[in-house]
Design a binder for this molecule. Sequence first.
Ligand code: NAD
Length: 262
Amino acid sequence: MDLGLNGKWALVCAASKGLGKGCAQALAAEGVNVVITARGAEALAATVAELRASNPSVQVRGVVGDITTAEGRANALAACPQVDILVNNAGGPPPGDFRDWDRDVWIAALDANMLTPIELIKAVVDGMAERGFGRVVNITSGAVKAPIATLGLSNGARSGLTGFVAGLARQPQLAARNVTINNLLPGAFDTERLQKTMAGAAATSGRPVESMRDQRRLAIPAQRFGTAEEFGAACAFLCSVQAGYITGQNVLQDGGSFGGAM
Ligand code: NAD
């Protein structure tokens, strides 16, 4: 299926690795020019080179910086001539016990996983509406639907974003102007983050990392972890012209892990 995105420009945040990279790859394959951001220059340069090689007909730009800062966002936006597609992403907050979290810890989580995507949405949606096309995909988490106790910072910050988006996406100034805003909710995907979390859990429990991985994997109905390529493909579809009637939704991609009927 031709997704109708050839020649559009996308800003994909936090995209040198993992799910953000998967989104950038899928969009570039559809002929979308991409601006990707990350904090580490080396991994970012490698991903920029990979994307250019995957589709020499698209423009690929890398912006080094922390997307959770005003400077990082301004530099990312400045590198994108026109944001037709915005994929919001940033590292998730650390796990822990809420008794240990003071105001500064909460503000950092809110900055990264709620206020940064809202700031970027604010910067781009009115231009999208004027041009009559816009797609925003926020990478959140399956934990929005099924909160995980130790991920309280993520549960709280991402739920705040989810509530905000539910209202904004339904504004006729946006929805009637072909601007859609959706959240893509990953379950367990085999990225560097998942591998590090597993290694940390194995070290704490004293169990071999392979046995921890197997236990987690076999708890998923699909009996496997998701891949960044699958995640990127779902993101690209939400950005497609064909998905213009899908807005304000929370799309779960978790191999069947969430047990509810809806
Ligand atoms: P990852 O660690 O594999 O990749 C994260 C990428 O984001 C890297 O390129 C890193 O450089 C970049 N990054 C992180 N913080 C940044 C910042 N402040 N500014 C700029 N770049 C930044 O992570 P992932 O597995 O791809 O996860 C992406 C998001 O999805 C995270 O918020 C994570 O919490 C969430 N998530 C992931 C899973 C999973 O199974 N992988 C499950 C649920 C939620």
